[in-house]
Design a protein around this ligand. Structure first.
Ligand SMILES: [Zn+2]
Ligand SMILES: [Zn+2]
Length: 252
């Protein structure tokens, strides 16, 4: 399985894009500003998009991509998200004010099909199993565990402390865990309020993980990447912890 990191930042700026992961060229996990790195033929190759939540940094690439490929796409793209997120996309994005309603365009064969999913669901897409996992965030959010039978990775979604996640990971034993550590330990209160982890939170959460997965950090706040990683390594010396970088291609 090929996992391409198009966006993994908690913000934007030169060389920074927000959450967008491309799996085996045709499955998109979140559609942040990283979508803009795709060429036309790459956008046309996307069959399915799984969305963790409706926050703008995870969806903004989707309406823009649909407008870009509208004339050339052949097969509708399937979008999967929580019912609240599907509703938010319909109400706040595809509402003719912010953007055209692509759920009914073109008239006879809309460019997207929106599908509601719930925590615990297991989707079968493109020969992969995609399990919907719980997350803790102020807006309804999930994570996803993607497996092709030979290898697997789990993505926490945007999340704060989330004790429900770890029993699932202990059972499924993903090879790689991508997890949100947005903030440094100095802003513990801000992290808790906004539903993100700090290095100390991550350390307490990893005590619940019995399976020695490779851990990669995502959603780091611009300007604090090095401090976040220093704090993670200091507090978790026995774990193999790295951060995602833009342009990473991870072969699992
Ligand atoms: Zn969020
Ligand atoms: Zn986010």
């Amino acid at each position: 399985m090929k996992l391409e990191i198009l966006g993994c930042s908690g913000g934007i700026g030169h060389g920074l894009k927000t959450t967008t992961f491309l799996v085996d060229d045709s499955l998109l996990v979140d559609a942040g500003t990283g979508v803009e790195l795709l060429k036309m033929d790459q956008m046309l190759a996307i069959k399915d998009v799984v969305i963790t939540h409706a926050h703008l940094d995870h969806i903004i690439g989707l309406p823009l991509m649909l407008a870009t490929i509208y004339d050339q796409h052949k097969t509708p793209i399937n979008i999967y998200a929580l019912p609240d997120v599907v509703e938010a996309l319909k109400t706040h994005i595809f509402n003719w004010t912010i953007w055209p309603d692509y759920t009914c365009l073109p008239e006879n064969k809309p460019i997207i099909n929106l599908h509601s999913v719930n925590v615990g669901d297991q989707l079968s897409l493109q020969g992969k199993t995609i399990e919907v996992m719980p997350a803790e965030h102020p807006s309804p959010t999930v994570g996803y565990l993607v497996s092709d039978g030979a290898a697997s990775f789990a993505f926490s979604g945007d999340t704060g402390i989330n004790d429900a996640l770890w029993p699932i990971l202990n059972t499924r034993k993903p090879d790689l865990l991508i997890i949100d550590v947005s903030f440094t330990d100095e802003v513990d209160e801000l992290a808790r309020l906004s539903g993100h982890l700090t290095p100390s939170h991550l350390a307490s959460q990893l005590e619940l993980l019995s399976h020695p997965a490779r851990v990669m950090i995502t959603h780091l706040k611009p300007g604090f990447e090095d401090t976040i990683m220093q704090q993670c390594r200091q507090i978790l010396p026995s774990w193999q912890i790295d951060r995602l970088h833009h342009g990473d291609i991870i072969n699992l």
